[in-house]
Design a binder for this molecule. Structure first.
Ligand code: IPM
Ligand code: MN
Length: 354
């Protein structure tokens, strides 16, 4: 059968624990559906940085490019200054591998608590397509007269026609594939960011002509936050820039039951994509077997979907839903009613069950 080479970056804190459970479940799915997974692990993260000063060396980038996909735990270490690992590893991987889409489903499963009143799985089921290589994340800008009373800090948002268009096209394509309202909402700030979102808006409505079967809508980012809380059922797919996508997907993670269940994919449709639980490295829970591995397990399912193993991906998702319904008492660290490893074992058993 087919064998897929997967690069694994367990990373920092609880990353390695949840990655181990993700791999356990991936292996169960591989054995049931008759394909192979071959892993190469890379010890990138805070520990390596403290030891060697390296974040993501060019040699590792070259190797990662040889894989079919990358499975990532979490990056972030309490003893390393903020920005070094995030920019040096996570953002660098996204940029170098040109993973121009950050795909973040916001889906509430039956039995998971949401802080939203009177909203359930029927209402909370949409996808955010976040542009992942441009905008405020491009690192453009500079500082004048640093440390003086006249200091000016400039951080510029880079938006290219090509970058915006490929992101919007991807969003239209996945909207077409989903079975919901067939509606794509552009989330921006056309009333203030008149250069950037003028480009986004024009591109959006031009590309829309190629998708007459998809309804289009527009919402400012502040209003988007409001609607996500008030009427999340209005959304099918949301497309937005890098910074707004970062912000609204943390909100999305909360309404779908918290960071313990939120997964995402950094996608390069023509290249190497990287899948990750979107929560951080949660250092205070490290080694305690209490962190929720479901987000990592769902990231694994997304990875299989992108590798063309849709049935196996679906089976993992169904197994997760079953565990939530039957076995888990909460999605929060330490409150699941069982440990990290036990959750991985349980989902693997469900995956293998005929
Ligand atoms: C995310 C994270 C990253 C981001 C950080 C860690 C750089 O918040 O994946 O959403 O801002 O993209
Ligand atoms: Mn974020």
């Amino acid at each position: 059968g087919t064998e897929f080479h997967v690069g694994v970056i367990p990373g920092d804190g609880t990353g390695p624990e949840v990655v181990a459970e993700g791999i356990k479940v991936l292996n169960a799915a591989a054995s049931r559906y008759g394909f192979g997974l071959k892993y190469t692990t890379y010890d990138l993260g805070g520990e390596r940085y403290k030891r060697t000063g390296e974040t993501l060396p060019d040699s590792v980038i070259r190797e990662l490019k040889q894989h079919k996909a990358i499975f990532l735990g979490a990056i972030g270490h309490p003893e390393v200054a903020p920005g070094i690992l995030e920019k040096g590893i996570l953002l660098r991987a996204r940029f170098e591998l040109d993973q121009y889409i950050n795909l973040r489903p916001v889906k509430l499963y039956e039995g998971v608590d949401t802080p939203l009143k009177n909203k359930g799985p029927e209402e909370i089921d949409f996808v955010v397509v976040r542009e992942n290589t441009e905008g405020l994340y491009a690192g453009a800008g500079g500082v004048l007269k640093r440390g003086t009373a006249d200091e000016v800090a400039i951080q510029e948002s880079i938006n290219t026609r090509k970058g915006v268009e490929r992101c919007i096209r991807f969003a239209f394509d996945i909207t077409r594939k989903r079975n919901k309202g067939k509606k794509l909402t552009l989330c921006g700030k056309t009333n203030v960011l008149t250069f950037a979102f003028d480009l986004w808006e024009r591109t959006f409505y031009e590309v829309a002509k190629d998708y007459p079967d998809i309804a289009t809508d527009y919402a400012h980012v502040d209003a988007t936050c409001m609607w996500m809380v008030k009427n999340p059922e209005w959304f099918d797919v949301i497309v937005t820039d890098n910074m707004f996508g970062d912000i609204i997907t943390d909100l999305g993670a909360m309404i779908q039951g918290g960071m313990g269940v939120a997964a995402g994919g950094n996608i390069n449709p023509e290249g190497v994509s990287m899948f990750e639980p979107i929560g951080g490295s949660a250092p205070k829970y490290t080694g305690r077997n209490v962190i929720n591995p479901l987000a990592a397990i769902m990231a694994g399912a997304m990875m299989l979907d992108f590798l063309g193993q849709e049935e196996a991906a679906q089976c993992i998702e169904t197994s997760v839903q079953k565990a939530i319904r039957n076995d888990l008492t909460s999605m929060d660290a330490g409150k699941m009613g069982m440990g990290t490893k036990e959750v991985g074992d349980l989902i693997s058993r469900y995956v293998l069950e005929k």
